[in-house]
Design a protein around this ligand. Structure first.
Ligand code: BDP
Length: 687
């Protein structure tokens, strides 16, 4: 009797009969009551908006929502206005975004108030580092959702279309409007007829959700697949080849977004192979895209193993070109000057290039942050970057405002996130890694949001599901908040700092073993490997001290920051501790603001990082009554690995650096539990 009643309950409420696999992300809750939607216009995007409202409405029973596409000067781009009657926007997509906002408010219990919301950036893209054979560079959640290996790899199936649709819906629900479908280390294959046919099929599915597709292209494509002798950007035949290729693309995909280009970087071909500049290369492609409204996102991730500090090279190379780029080009710079490290100061290009739009490239996939094993909520890292003060146009010139068009007149603005999405049933490998996809979209839409608010929304949407007839917001009782929401949120908010503590505190960076960028390897420097790819290049530890001297008397990277920031970083008394060893080389017994020696302070940070992860384990175990058993167990297991890994990080770094500091561990910290030799050997074995 009980069983069949339960079964009926499941059948009627649509509650999952299957185990919770995390596939529905933050889009779990279904409508409980009726709603009438009034909309004068019809379009595929508006149909989705209407459908979403009917299925997800959690407002008043028998409510009416009016969707109105009508010009309104207060609304820009695909922004929207929420009124007492419904949603108004200049575009159909604006209506869809308004619907998602309205429903997010209903589902998280945030009041639905009259408001206007405009996106911070025009281009809000996910960059997929997916290869045509289905592998993903730095992907930790299975193979590509777009590409696969095998004879029938280009056949588009219904299952493909369904997955792309789910992907598009999730992305659109947080305001993402672009997808770069392939790796920046691009295969020229992507521009061949068969692959372009699949790109078109993907674009067709993504279009109603307002997501434009873009492609990463290889600069040498004209010679590699076009049969030309050169790919020199000033060669008339090369120019013609790109024009024809672009025409071919737009004939199939009229709203194609444009190209992302990694050129003359890490061995990739580029204009410099032909004695041309980045501007020459980018302008040639941009001109070919211009008649169709396409853009170029040209990456500033460039460095070579020369004598110049790697952290300075992008600025050195791109600043002289400011003003030379055509107006449909955006320079895409990683948030930090080196490479997606757990913590870096912001890239000095933000705000410095005044005549060229610069967009931030963030990394959602946790290449350097524990991949899909560690629970690391990245919003605090991105918030730190976006809110960093550049001083370029006086106080208030934050990275966010220097890139979103509020300070400089920019024809285009954008922000990109390197995606963490794969074929894993839960999309991202780790249930909490979904929060990073969510957070990227939310910050791309509104770069003033706080990490706290984003985490709050995400937890509510991801870990609750209302039974039939009940609005989900009624589940958020005081008990639920105190016992679940607040502690889990606190864990998320601390998680990035914890990772910095157990991996690379106090301005350390790039201490990874080998090329997999997962475990520690401060010792790692095999003969024959480029010095700027080895940790000793970055930490420079010896018995005299540790850290990279980027002050005026060192590499002078500080000079790339606008005053007063340059001086602040240069001066030991004003340089924030979090960037200390990024900018300064110091003796091990240097006395910190805290009164501790540098060595002790390093030890305390590593020790704290491990303790923090141990606390996360306790927090999560207490959360058990509030989480389905599948996701609970998965996170519990991953936290166990994270904890073991954190211990390895701490032991490896402390034991390695102790060889140089020759100082004892402070009595207050937990002792290492591994032997250094053992850790070094284990690292060698892994490769
Ligand atoms: C590095 C990654 C490498 C990427 C490169 C890039 O290790 O796989 O190709 O960045 O962004 O962080 O181009």
């Amino acid at each position: 009797m009980r069983i069949s009643a339960l079964f009926l309950l499941f059948a009627f409420t649509g509650m999952p009969l299957l185990a919770e696999d995390g596939h529905s992300l933050w889009l779990r809750n279904k409508s409980t009551v009726n709603v009438t939607v009034v909309c004068q216009k019809s379009s595929p995007t508006l149909s989705i908006a209407i459908d979403e409202l009917k299925h997800g409405w959690q407002g008043k029973d028998n409510g009416t929502v009016v969707l109105l596409v009508k010009k309104d000067k207060a609304i820009s781009n695909d922004g929207f206005r929420i009124t007492a009657d419904g949603i108004q926007a200049n575009t159909d997509l604006g209506i869809l975004y308004g619907v998602y906002e309205l429903m997010r408010r209903q589902q998280t219990g945030e009041p639905v108030v009259s408001m206007v919301s405009n996106p911070s950036y025009e281009v809000r893209t996910l960059n997929h580092w997916d290869n045509p054979d289905g592998t993903i560079e730095r992907g930790y959640a299975g193979y590509s959702i777009f590409w696969r290996k095998g004879d029938d790899s280009l056949t588009v199936t219904d299952a493909d279309r369904l997955l792309w649709k789910e992907y598009a819906r999730a992305s659109a629900s947080v305001g993402i409007n672009g997808a770069v479908l392939n790796n920046v280390n691009a295969s020229p294959l992507i521009l061949t007829v068969d692959y372009l046919a699949r790109v078109k099929a993907i674009a067709d599915v993504l279009r109603p959700y307002g997501i434009k597709v873009y492609l990463s292209v290889k600069f040498s494509s004209p010679s590699q697949i076009g049969g030309l002798k050169t790919s020199d950007p000033l060669d008339p035949q090369v120019i013609k080849w790109w024009q024809d290729k672009i025409k071919e693309i737009y004939a199939a995909i009229p709203d194609f977004g444009g190209f992302l280009v990694k050129a003359s970087s890490e061995g990739q071909p580029g204009p410099q192979d032909y004695g041309r500049t980045h501007a020459d290369g980018a302008n040639m492609m941009a001109d070919a895209l211009k008649p169709f409204g396409g853009i170029i996102m040209w990456r500033a991730f460039v460095y070579s193993p020369n004598d110049q500090d790697r952290a300075k090279q992008a600025y050195t190379e791109f600043m002289p070109l400011d003003g030379q780029f055509h107006d449909n080009i955006i320079i895409q710079a990683k948030n930090g000057p080196v490479d997606f490290q757990p913590r870096e100061p912001f890239s000095p290009l933000f705000g410095a290039m005044k005549k060229t739009p610069v967009m931030a490239e963030l990394q959602i996939t946790q290449e350097y942050l524990g991949q899909s094993v560690h629970l690391v909520f990245l919003a605090p890292m991105w918030e730190e970057c976006l809110k960093s003060e550049t001083y370029q146009e006086g106080p208030g010139s934050t990275v966010a405002r220097c890139t979103d068009g509020s300070i400089y007149q920019q024809k285009h603005t954008g922000i990109a996130g390197v995606a963490n999405i794969g074929l894993d049933r839960n999309w991202c490998g780790h249930p909490f890694a979904q929060a990073n996809w969510y957070a990227f979209g939310r910050l791309a839409w509104d770069n003033t949001l706080t990490s706290d608010k984003i985490a709050d929304e995400w937890i509510k949407l991801t870990f609750s599901q209302a039974p039939a007839g009940q609005a989900v917001s009624t589940l958020y009782t005081t008990e639920w908040s105190e016992q679940f929401l607040e502690p889990v949120k606190e864990m998320m908010l601390q998680s990035r700092e914890a990772a910095v503590n157990y991996m690379m505190p106090l301005g350390f960076h790039h201490l990874f073993a080998a090329n997999e960028h997962y475990g520690p390897g401060p010792w790692w420097a095999p003969r024959g490997v480029r010095h700027d790819w080895t940790p000793p290049y970055y930490h420079k530890a010896d018995t005299g001290g540790v850290g990279f001297d980027r002050t005026a008397s060192g590499s002078n990277a500080v000079s790339q920051y606008h005053e007063p920031l340059g001086s602040q970083f240069n001066d030991l008394t004003t340089c924030p501790d979090r960037y200390l060893l990024w900018f300064h080389r110091l003796p091990w017994d240097y006395v910190m603001r805290s009164g501790h020696t540098l060595w002790d302070e390093i030890c305390f940070h590593y020790d704290k990082g491990v303790q923090q992860v141990r606390d996360f384990q306790k927090t999560w175990d207490r959360a058990e009554p509030y989480v389905d058993k599948e996701r609970f167990a998965l996170v519990q297991r991953k936290l166990r690995s994270q904890c073991a890994n954190a211990q390895v990080w701490k032991d490896a770094c402390l034991l390695y650096f102790q060889q140089f500091s020759r100082m004892p561990f402070p009595y207050d910290i937990e002792r290492p539990v591994h032997e250094l030799d053992e850790l070094i050997k284990a690292d060698m074995r892994r490769r």
